[in-house]
Design a protein around this ligand. Structure first.
Ligand code: GLU
Length: 419
């Protein structure tokens, strides 16, 4: 038992054990790599609109500080607990290390359903959370970003709250801000664009022609909606999409630009169409070329892994596939190409890094420069994962995680153990 015990942290620990075995990391060196450096739990009281007081629990976990500041998003969701946040922080570490960013991983969150708060309550909660975190974060300590349930506006409130306490504007304290408040062009689209870009690379690799290929996208938030739009623009027929309100299916392809407009106006897919309604539970097993889980973690278990009917599994979400499902997917490697989460959704943190660099330098780039550099980083990481999996005949997830873990381990070894 640790403070993080729970199903999601156990999953991160099991995945790490697979890598530790593969890399022959000695038993006594494993905990130093896996266990988070710091965890903070805070109570965030706010005035509700009805005059009562409510208290929400918030967390921030910083996994390791070996390569630089920690980096990672902030999740507002009812499922948030310390173990989930810790697992997500660990995954951020392997992700940043895989793509070569000078960061350790972090994650934070509040246990709340943000749709139950008014805008004023959401602002109060966001500001209170950041205010409680001030002793533990900083542009060279820990840099926050958006995640599920948070957005650019919340990042602007975080930045403003931190800045008011410092007596100066500190844009580099968070990434994923609006461009008007020191954000970078291309950050909002970065994760979804990266997913689609890597799907193209995978399709080239296994010789799937994208024109006329079919895709299913689970989750229609910032990641899923942009990934769907980019795939649509590449000529892919997106035949099914879903979010927490339901699923839509059309065998000839959905009108993705119209769906994206609907979701941005209405906040979800609800109310778009009754005729196209579909059982969300069936989403992941629809026969298709490209499957993009871009919602919650642990949606693909061993049984579902055996039933998947896609050729490319592009993990837009963090941790959508359980370690038991991985064993099944590993057996299906010839028929199903996995783009593992820490590679597939890394475009977001890559462009967060660009935002932080631009903020520190007060020198801003054009959007095409941001995209060119994002794709350059993703291409290099994709090639390395592919080369490693071919060379060692290992599963793509094993190759990706091993590259990340090795980098963190190498840095810890050369720095040594203090004192
Ligand atoms: N929350 C995102 C992720 O899981 C982005 C993190 C960041 O940009 O720092 O990768």
């Amino acid at each position: 038992m640790t403070a993080y015990s729970g199903p999601v942290f156990e999953m991160a620990a099991k995945q790490f054990e697979v890598i530790a075995e593969y890399l022959s990391i000695p038993e006594d060196a494993r905990a130093r790599l896996l266990m988070p450096k710091r965890a903070v739990t805070v109570s965030c009281p706010i005035h509700r609109d009805d005059g009562t007081t409510a208290v929400f629990e918030g967390y921030r976990v910083q996994h390791h500080l070996t390569l630089g500041p920690t980096k990672g998003g902030t999740r507002f969701a009812p499922s948030v607990d310390l173990g989930e946040v810790a697992a997500l922080a660990v995954w951020m570490s392997w992700k940043c290390a895989l793509v070569g960013l000078p960061y350790g991983g972090a994650k934070g969150g509040i246990t709340v359903d943000p749709s139950t708060l008014s805008r004023r309550e959401l602002e109060a909660l966001s500001r209170r959370y950041m205010q409680e975190m001030i002793p533990f974060v900083g542009p060279h300590t820990d840099v926050m970003a958006p995640d599920m349930g948070t957005n650019e506006q919340i990042m602007a409130w975080f930045m403003d709250t931190y800045s008011m306490y410092q007596g100066q504007t500190v844009t580099e304290i968070v990434t994923g801000k609006p461009v008007s408040a020191g954000g970078t062009l291309g950050r909002r689209e970065a994760t979804g664009r990266g997913v689609a870009h890597l799907v193209r690379k995978a399709a080239d690799e296994i010789k799937v022609h994208l024109g006329g290929a079919t895709a299913v996208v689970q989750g229609f938030g910032n990641v899923g909606s942009i990934a769907a739009l980019e795939l649509h623009n590449m000529g892919v027929k997106v035949i099914a999409v879903s979010d927490h309100t339901g699923a839509l299916y059309r065998s000839s392809g959905l009108d993705i630009p119209q769906l994206v407009r609907h979701a941005s106006l209405r906040g979800s897919l609800a109310g778009y169409s009754n005729e196209l309604g579909f059982d969300p539970a069936e989403m992941l097993t629809i026969p298709c070329d490209i499957l993009v889980p871009a919602a919650l973690e642990r949606v693909i278990d061993a049984k579902l892994a055996a039933d998947l009917r896609c050729r490319i599994l592009a993990e837009g979400a963090n941790g959508p596939t359980t370690p038991e499902a991985d064993l099944v997917l590993e057996q299906r490697q010839g028929e199903l190409f996995l783009i593992p989460d820490i590679l597939c959704n890394s475009g977001g943190v890559v462009v967060s890094y660009f935002e932080w660099v631009q903020d520190l330098q007060r020198l801003f780039w054009e959007e095409d420069e941001v995209m060119r550099r994002e794709y350059q980083v993703l291409d290099r990481a994709f090639e390395r994962v592919l080369a490693r999996s071919k060379q060692d005949k290992v599963f793509n997830r094993t190759a990706a995680m091993a590259i990340g873990v090795e980098r963190v381990r190498g840095a810890k070894e050369t720095r040594g153990l203090f004192p």
